[in-house]
Design a protein around this ligand. Structure first.
Ligand code: ZN
Ligand code: CU
Length: 480
């Protein structure tokens, strides 16, 4: 009889494909799943150096966070507690047009301050960033998108205009280099001032570079409010004309008068899926979070300040209250606080439920780890989907919920041999209690770990258990 390294004994396996759960013991040797022994009748006897009792618990593929801004967190806080404590084993970085690499140290502008300060942008190529992670790994794996705004800031003297022919050629060259070095795609943040002046043609030309690499185009679209449907159409057009798969980031409808529009946007996506590859990610909250911008404030019900460079004491305060206290207009209060970040309450439950229930959607946190007082999505996203939206509200089966955070995400981003439990795959796994799993992070207490996550394993090593991270740093930068 072979003696295995580790056996997860008597687990309820939910394998990440959406298939029905089954009872099995899962064997792990070095960094791989080497055997899955289903228990139809009698319990098998398996020999192992370490036997972990999984009775009564769900064993699923480690969650893949489809949308993160963890580029710097992987380097600065390698235990990755906010994510490991949710059962996440791989993060997709470089979203919303802003990736930490490739960029030389320079004076950054918002929204780059969401992910780092001037001196943090110290990786002139993706390989330099990747090598840093090879040398000093984090607990979790990562794949990286190359940000369009990153390419622009690196290439252009000013960002409030379209790129010239020569600049597009330079950006295309830099993008190609990043892709050769292992980037899994390109992201845009067309709603931000760093990219909002880029015409559709600029994006199509750059996205065309992705085609030969089998890489994806992801987009924080130009508009998620009054012109949401136009923005969806633009994203689909970019995918068609560049002939590449697209991912719509954090899909939502912002502002009360736009509530209900996801009915049409989801129908557009569904129709497009007949002829092109289009996917989407979503986070399970009705408030968004990013830098403090007047146009985002205008369509919000309520705005909470998450950080402010000039008024650090205002973290956690309500913007309207501050304006009253200071006897200023909202606009002047924004100026006084900037540069700053905020949480915007501006979405409707019904839209959120619709997007989450839509079969192709993937779960991504969009968490902002640099924020002093972050949106709770950074710490709570995955247990919230499983505990609140699946168990309590019954929006989908547990099998479907798990697939939205594992198998589906791996296939969209081309992450090989991860995202499903099968023999030969990497042992990225999470063991959780389906009856108790729930997020505990709230807007008032945003950095609480979740309940019900019993064990998290990355490449065969345990990185989280007993409510704390271990010293293991088995994470890999996965080159596409
Ligand atoms: Zn975004
Ligand atoms: Cu984002």
């Amino acid at each position: 009889m072979t003696r295995h390294h580790k056996v997860l004994h008597n687990a309820t396996v939910i394998d990440g494909t959406g298939a029905k759960r089954y009872r099995a013991s899962v064997c792990i040797d070095s960094d791989r799943i080497t055997d899955i022994v289903q228990h139809d009748t009698a319990m098998p006897v398996l020999e192992a150096d370490q036997v972990i009792d999984a009775s009564g618990l769900v064993l699923a593929p480690g969650f893949i966070d489809a949308h993160t801004h963890d580029d710097l967190l992987l380097l600065k806080s390698p235990d990755m507690l906010p994510k490991a404590s949710q059962g996440v084993t791989t993060v997709v970085t470089g979203n919303c047009g802003i990736s930490l690499a490739p960029m030389q140290s320079r004076k950054i502008v918002p929204p780059f301050d969401l992910i780092g300060d001037d001196s943090d942008f110290a990786y002139p190529s993706l390989s330099q960033y990747a090598e840093r992670l090879d040398d000093t790994p984090a607990s979790l794996n990562s794949v990286m998108l190359t940000g369009h705004s990153t390419l622009r800031l690196e290439t252009m003297d000013r960002l409030d205009r379209a790129a010239s022919r020569a600049e597009i050629a330079t950006m295309a060259h830099r993008l190609e280099k990043s892709l050769k070095e292992g980037a899994c795609g390109m992201s845009t943040g067309l709603a931000y001032p760093t990219a909002s002046h880029a015409p559709t043609t600029e994006i199509i030309e750059l996205a065309t570079v992705l085609r030969d690499f089998g890489a994806v185009y992801t987009s924080h679209m130009r508009d998620e409010e009054d012109h949401l449907l136009d923005a969806v159409e633009e994203t689909l057009q970019i995918g068609r004309e560049a002939d590449v798969p697209v991912v719509i980031s954090h899909h939502k409808a912002c502002g009360r008068h736009n509530w209900g529009k996801t009915r049409q946007s989801v129908a557009m996506i569904e129709q497009a899926r007949a002829t092109q590859r289009v996917d989407l990610d979503v986070y399970p909250y009705t408030a968004s979070s990013t830098v403090l911008l007047a146009e985002f404030v205008a369509r919000s019900e309520k705005v909470m300040i998450t950080w402010s460079k000039s008024q650090p004491d205002c973290s956690g305060r309500d913007l309207a209250d501050l304006a009253t206290e200071w006897d200023l207009t909202i606009g002047d209060a924004i100026d006084k606080l900037n540069p700053a970040g905020a949480i915007y309450h501006q979405m409707d439950d019904e839209d959120l439920h619709r997007v989450m229930q839509y079969a192709p959607s993937m779960i991504g946190s969009d968490g902002l780890p640099k924020d002093e007082r972050p949106h709770p999505r950074l710490w709570g996203t995955f247990p919230r989907v499983l505990g609140h939206y699946c168990r309590e509200l019954g929006l989908f089966t547990l099998e479907d919920a798990v697939a939205k955070m594992t198998g589906k995400t791996a296939s969209v981003f081309g992450i090989k041999q991860r995202g499903t439990i099968s023999v030969g795959n990497y042992a990225d796994l999470v063991m959780f209690n389906a009856d108790t799993i729930i997020d505990r992070a709230t807007y008032d207490h945003p950095t609480e770990t979740s309940a019900g996550i019993e064990m998290v394993m990355v490449n065969g090593d345990i990185v989280y258990g007993g409510s704390q991270t271990t010293d293991a740093r088995p994470g890999r930068f996965i080159r596409h």
